[in-house]
Design a protein around this ligand. Structure first.
Ligand SMILES: [Zn+2]
Length: 286
């Protein structure tokens, strides 16, 4: 059976700003826009599938008090109710109940603030993605970018937990140096690939699109396309933000290798403004 393909749309679901020298290790102090990009995968049999959910106004509720308020200070975010993932899906005639699968790349607030809006979805995430945060109290959780108030109470009941060690299958050779991933729907359309370094158990999704090429949704494995081109790590002062700055560097190097080897795989970092400008021309909060 030949592998299935899917149509993919990118949405900007809020953004925040950071000084450029932190992101690119240069001297520019100007603020850099950090969109929160969500992928809407139109799957031929599974219906609409989301890769992350971006921001929602719930982020502001969850960060109203200390210590959570510190998170909102460090990552000043912009989002309103009309630009959430669920609102942008509604504009396309897709109801929240139609979404049966949400892939959660990782549990940082800018990726999960819309999870509660999808009451019938199962949540697909790596087995280490939640456990690494679950034991943290409010202060250490906030420092690690984790806001428990954003998660549906029944999240774990609705989970499909991914084990990238066991259930993997080979990826097409054009995806080298990435060799294997979890075939999410057992049809070759979406492979989940662990991308270590940023947080424990971060997942990327390699989506086979209708023209036979691929979009590789890499979440925060690199923040910008520029970082891939230049093979440049974020400023070392951000070290504390990473589960492993060294492994982050290794993953970024592998993505840079992939990018140099082929044009058949488009790498989509969640926060790249270059990708937003190229692929989301009518971005709502421009
Ligand atoms: Zn992020």
């Amino acid at each position: 059976m030949s592998p299935r393909t899917a149509r993919l749309e990118l949405l900007e679901v809020g953004h925040c700003v950071h000084p450029e020298h932190v992101v690119h290790q240069n001297r520019r102090l100007s603020p850099l826009r950090f969109p929160s990009i969500v992928a809407l995968i139109h799957h031929p049999t599974e219906g609409p599938v989301l890769f992350d959910t971006g921001y929602s106004p719930r982020f502001f509720e969850a960060t109203r008090r200390f210590p959570e308020r510190l998170y909102a200070w460090v990552t000043p975010a912009t989002i309103d109710a009309s630009h959430t993932a669920v609102a942008q899906l509604a504009l396309r005639g897709i109801r929240a109940d139609d979404v049966r699968t949400v892939i959660v790349s990782h549990f940082h607030a800018d990726h999960v603030a819309g999870l509660i809006d999808f009451p019938r979805a199962r949540f697909v995430y790596h087995r280490r993605a939640l456990s690494s945060f679950a034991s943290l109290g409010r202060i250490r959780g906030t420092a690690a970018g984790f806001l428990r108030a954003l998660l549906p109470r029944d999240l774990e009941d609705r989970a499909r937990v991914i084990h990238t060690e066991g259930e993997v299958s080979p990826l097409p050779s054009s995806c080298a140096p990435f060799a294997s991933g979890v075939d999410l729907f057992s049809d070759g359309s979406v492979h989940l690939v662990e991308l270590p370094g940023h947080v424990e158990g971060q997942l990327g999704a390699l989506v086979r699109t209708d023209d036979g090429s691929f979009d590789f949704l890499v979440a925060d494995a690199c923040w910008t396309t520029h970082a891939l081109r230049a093979r440049r790590l974020p400023h070392p002062i951000t070290r504390a933000l990473f589960a492993s700055y060294e492994r982050y560097g290794e993953t970024l190097g592998r993505l840079a290798d992939l990018r140099e080897r082929t044009r058949d795989v488009r790498i989509v970092p969640s926060h790249c403004d270059e990708v937003r400008r190229a692929r989301i021309p009518s971005s709502p909060l421009a």
